[in-house]
Design a protein around this ligand. Structure first.
Ligand code: EPU
Length: 411
């Protein structure tokens, strides 16, 4: 891509990746046809569709509508060759245990953002009566009937909260998840289950209470919009000193990122379902700490790094959620930024302009950030392994082109 170019115009958002993946897994628990509207057209959704098919469900896509039919007999095994492509496959563990009383799921390995263990998922499920064993890289769980209990999570893990919520929905008795993750995607999952007949209260707060029901009935559900995609474009607008209106979103879901952009000098106009972000001058330096929701999302940390790399002054960015999420900093420094990483802190000395360089994408979010870097940088930037970005962003390049970016994809 050729930079620098300000991003300007209006852009619409897709359904949330991290909601769609869990709703797809949850559909395994509903015998019958579940319809998910606003399913993003991204590789991770295709991968989850492959996992569901392998488990015996039917998955059809018509535009952004997915129909999932889990009325047939399901298999219990999610194999390595699928799980290794996408860690979120671990979210079938809860639904399989709920539906079949057994599950055999390949242990997800680490990835470019950290080691990502699943101990909290397993500890919680054990408390609900599951007996786990692990061999040959697989975790195997068996249970006669899941039993409601109290689970206090050591950390408000998104994935653990979701697996426990899924397991609890049809368990015997009441489950209380304390120190639960509060992400909007968890509220979306709870809303889906409620529409299927589940009894859940407190989703979106640190204490979720689930009263087990005997069965679930199929529903049609519209997935919430992708707050991380929205945040990416909001930060892109500010970093490129542009003017972008992002439509089809819930502005409250990105309130903290918007406040941080204001602190850095952006003008932000919020309405019911859209937000406009304008930045006319060089961003000001700010400090930032990533935390579970409603804190600043770790998934938007790399994009903020790109903006702050061009700020007037020095910023300190602290990453509290994933241990290795600074790995892409070396790539960004190849574009002329001055960033020094010390443990989970990054000290960013802003430069006037980034300069183009060939860079390599390690993961979805760093990939999006490096593309934003290329849009802001002087000269022609080549981004390699950009396929990672398609895992999480629908039509990323097309949307950027429509906002005036000079960008093309080469095979
Ligand atoms: N953790 C544990 N033990 C566990 C589970 C998590 O130690 O059993 C640790 C992790 O290693 C990590 C931290 O807790 O350091 C947070 O992990 P969490 O479980 O909250 O995250 P996740 O469910 O694996 C989801 C999103 C991520 C997003 C995080 C945090 C999906 C599919 N993934 O991951 O999204 O960064 O929550 O908000 O929902 C992305 O979209 O690019 C992405 C990585």
């Amino acid at each position: 891509m050729h930079g620098p170019r300000p991003l300007e115009g209006t852009v619409g958002m897709a359904g949330a990746k991290n909601s769609a993946l869990k709703l797809m897994a949850a559909s395994l628990m509903v015998p019958g046809e579940v319809v998910l509207e606003r399913a993003p057209q991204i590789t991770d959704v295709d991968l989850m569709a492959d996992v569901l098919r392998r488990l015996g469900a039917g998955v059809e896509r018509d535009g952004d509508v997915l129909t999932i039919d889990s009325s047939g007999e399901l298999l219990e095994e999610a194999p390595y060759e699928l799980v290794r492509k996408m860690r979120a496959s671990i979210q079938v563990l809860g639904p399989l245990l709920a539906r079949l009383g057994r599950a055999r799921v390949s242990m997800p390995g680490g990835d470019a953002i950290g080691s990502r263990p699943i101990d909290l998922h397993l500890d919680g499920l054990e408390r609900m009566g599951v007996k786990f064993s692990s061999q040959h890289g697989y975790v195997e769980g068996v249970v006669d009937r899941l039993k409601g209990t109290r689970v206090l999570l050591e950390f408000p893990s998104v994935g653990a909260t979701e697996n426990l919520l899924m397991a609890a929905v049809t368990a015997e008795g009441t489950t209380v998840i304390e120190n639960a993750a509060r992400e909007p995607e968890i509220q979306d999952l709870a809303a889906f289950f409620q529409a299927c007949g589940a009894r859940i209260s407190g989703a979106g707060t640190p204490t979720i209470e689930i009263e087990g029901v005997d069965g679930l009935s199929p529903t049609r559900h519209r997935i919430i919009s992708d707050r991380i995609e929205a945040g990416t474009f909001a930060i892109g607008a500010a970093a490129s000193r542009g003017d972008v209106t992002i439509e089809g979103i819930e502005p409250l879901h990105i309130e903290l990122p918007l406040q941080k952009l204001e602190e850095a000098g952006a003008e932000v106009t919020r309405s019911d379902s859209s937000v406009r972000v304008r930045m006319s001058a060089r961003p000001r330096s700010i400090d930032l700490v990533t935390l579970p929701y409603p804190g600043f999302p770790t998934d938007l940390q790399p994009m903020m790094m790109v903006m702050l790399a061009q700020a007037g002054g020095s910023s300190i960015l602290t990453e509290n959620v994933f241990e290795s999420r600074f790995l892409f900093v070396d790539e960004l420094n190849r574009m002329g930024s001055h960033i020094r990483v010390e443990g989970h802190h990054a000290v960013i000395r802003g430069v006037e302009r980034l300069s183009s360089a060939p860079v390599q994408v390690p993961d979805i979010r760093a990939g999006a950030a490096l593309v934003l870097g290329g849009i802001c940088a002087e000269g022609v930037t080549e981004v390699y392994d950009s396929g990672h970005i398609d895992r999480g962003y629908e039509d990323f390049v097309e949307k950027l082109q429509a906002l005036g970016a000079d960008i093309e994809v080469r095979a």
